[in-house]
Write a protein that binds this ligand. Structure first.
Ligand code: ARG
Length: 575
């Protein structure tokens, strides 16, 4: 055996079973692995559901109204869900002009059909405003330090009968390019929903200003949100609303000083104090009603900042929507092919090696400047795309695990406890030089996906009534079958078995890399399935934390390959 490298405390063998020096590592990995599995299952479900809905919509279009229409439309260019800015009559007269808001007044259910809630990792953080079927406008500062769209969801407005609210994943977050986190200039962000809101639901978009002009100072406008009831106070449990008059730029400037930039901010409220938006209301709407036979609510401000909440002489500050209307239009109408594919789009597609047509479609953005579809440029473009794909994959796991990692770090810091435990757990370990019997398994795993794809791609029988006259149906059907096939490994795991067990992590202490990691042999189990693979692991708290996400991705890949490889014999047997 090669000479010993740096040896972590508690390990006496050349080949360290991490269980002996850090007995909790498999446990930490297992907890995170289980979370990763749940995330993988959720995203697989989303991917399949999305195509299934496209398919249903296609059928609906071909067969006419007899065929049920999918709940949400998943077209590239969804029609807007009804006219903008309309409020239910019941809500219109409920808002009182002088209800106190910091401390506030509850809005009746369904009163603000465009008001949404932005959640980070399931925690409500900001408000937002639905401005089109797939777009929510909010404050850019909500994303400072948290710009990973995979972590955000949007909770749509509840209906007038308190209908169940819908939570939609986020596809893309676009911060205004001039947003300055120091000054809050340009405090606007557009959030693209993964699926457009359904015209059948209660969420409705607000109207955007058509011109750059705004209502005059003194106009009573409305604010709404779930923000704090008073400064540093608790968040509201239900939507609250208030009427606040717009103030003139001069008044705002005088009240708030040079921090207020009238070119991009407006202020509204009472100099006497007492009625204002507050923490948690950010990103929510300031709307003014446009009179006429059919009054409409138009979004003139997005809640941005304030000096305290409801303090005398300190009105609330809102980003001026009208001055950014061109940017909004441009972003919402941009052609999908001009944008780098989002992580959601990449991760929802089939894995790159499995469906070349899908991959080419998703990766088209990178090859847009290549003169030929073959050659060095196209190869480079493909590589770029695959790299982003892998980064997205890693990011999706890494970020979901961040929270647990933090806890793991704390745990890893408790060394005396670990050393005492170490003695009881030491046991003989096999050598890395002669990999255990599972080396053969690993080989099989690596050759898995290709061999097994056929198993899951069995074509479904044609439904009654020929669909020959329905163009585009067959490709969708095939896409669905392929997706179901490639995700079957995770979709088929019953939720009660969705737990990953890391049995052991064996590190070769003589194999320290330049980045401080060690080669390791890892064994893990999912349900009745066992896998083993080699990877890199850190033995110090910091390097361990760094190595965990990759190990988890490898474990997921190993399970996937094993599941697919297992499909092979039955396919051959049945042929
Ligand atoms: N910045 C706050 C948020 O993130 C909004 C504060 C509004 N404050 C005010 N006094 N109007 O939720």
């Amino acid at each position: 055996m090669a000479g010993l490298g740096a040896r972590p405390e508690g390990c006496t063998e050349g080949l360290a079973n991490l269980g002996c020096s850090m007995s909790h590592v498999p446990a930490v990995l297992s907890a995170q692995g289980t979370q990763a599995l749940q995330a993988a299952q959720r995203s697989a479900l989303w991917a399949v559901k999305r195509v299934a809905m496209d398919l249903q919509l296609r059928l609906h279009e071909c067969q006419g109204p007899g065929y049920p229409r999918p709940q949400a439309q998943l077209l590239q260019d969804p029609p807007e869900p009804g006219p903008c800015g309309e409020r239910k009559p019941v809500a219109a007269n409920v808002t009182q002009t002088h209800g106190r808001i910091v401390g506030g007044r509850a809005a009746p259910p369904g009163a603000w059909p465009w008001l949404v809630r932005l959640q980070l990792g399931g925690q409500p953080l900001c408000g937002g405003v639905l401005v089109a079927a797939s777009w929510v406008l909010t404050a850019a500062h909500c994303f400072v330090g948290a710009s990973n769209e995979l972590l955000w969801t949007v909770v749509l407005a509840e209906g007038p009968q308190g209908e169940q609210v819908e939570e939609v994943p986020v596809n893309r977050i676009l911060l205004h390019p001039k947003f300055d986190p120091q000054t809050f200039h340009g405090d606007l962000a557009l959030v693209q929903l993964w699926t457009p809101v359904s015209p059948a639901g209660s969420a409705r978009p607000v109207c955007l200003p058509q011109a750059s002009s705004e209502p005059p100072a003194g106009t009573p406008c409305s604010i709404a949100g779930w923000g704090a009831l008073f400064e540093d106070g608790p968040e509201a449990e239900a939507v609250r609303e208030a009427r606040v008059p717009l103030l003139s730029p001069d008044t705002c400037q005088r009240a708030l000083g040079p921090g207020l930039r009238p070119s991009s901010m407006l202020c509204a409220g009472y100099l006497a104090g007492g009625i204002d938006s507050c923490q948690g209301d950010s990103g929510g709407p300031l709307t003014c009603s446009e009179p006429g036979p059919h009054p409409r609510e138009v979004l003139f401000g997005v809640t941005s900042w304030g000096d305290g909440c409801g303090e005398p002489g300190k009105p609330g500050v809102y980003t001026r929507v009208a001055v950014f209307k061109d940017w909004l239009q441009e972003q919402m109408s941009a052609d999908a092919s001009t944008r780098e594919p989002s992580c959601m789009e990449l991760l929802a597609g089939s894995p790159p090696e499995e469906n070349p047509a899908d991959t080419a479609r998703l990766c088209a953005f990178y090859a847009r400047r290549c003169p030929l579809s073959e050659g060095a440029c196209a190869r480079l473009a493909r590589q770029q795309c695959l790299q982003r794909w892998r980064r997205c994959e890693l990011r999706s796991l890494a970020h979901k695990l961040l929270d647990l990692l933090r806890r793991a770090q704390e745990l890893l810091g408790v060394r005396p406890v670990l050393r005492r435990r170490a003695l009881t757990l030491a046991r003989p370990v096999p050598s890395l030089r002669e990999p255990p019997e599972s080396a053969a398994l690993e080989q099989r795993l690596n050759s898995g996906p290709r061999s097994s794809r056929a198993r899951f791609q069995k074509r479904r029988p044609e439904p009654r009534g020929s669909m020959n006259g329905c163009p585009g149906l067959e490709p969708l059907r095939q896409k669905l079958a392929t997706l179901q096939g490639s995700h079957a490994w995770i979709l088929q795991v019953p939720s009660e078995q969705l737990a990953m067990h890391f049995q052991e992590v064996l590190a070769d202490l003589s194999s320290k890399t330049l980045t401080g990691l060690f080669r390791a042999w890892v064994r893990a189990g999912l349900g009745g399935r066992r896998v083993a693979f080699s990877g890199l692991v850190g033995l110090e708290p910091a390097t361990l934390a760094r190595s965990l996400p990759r190990l988890l991705v490898q474990a997921l890949q190993a399970f996937r390959s094993a599941a697919l490889a297992e499909g092979q014999p039955s396919e051959l047997g049945g042929a």
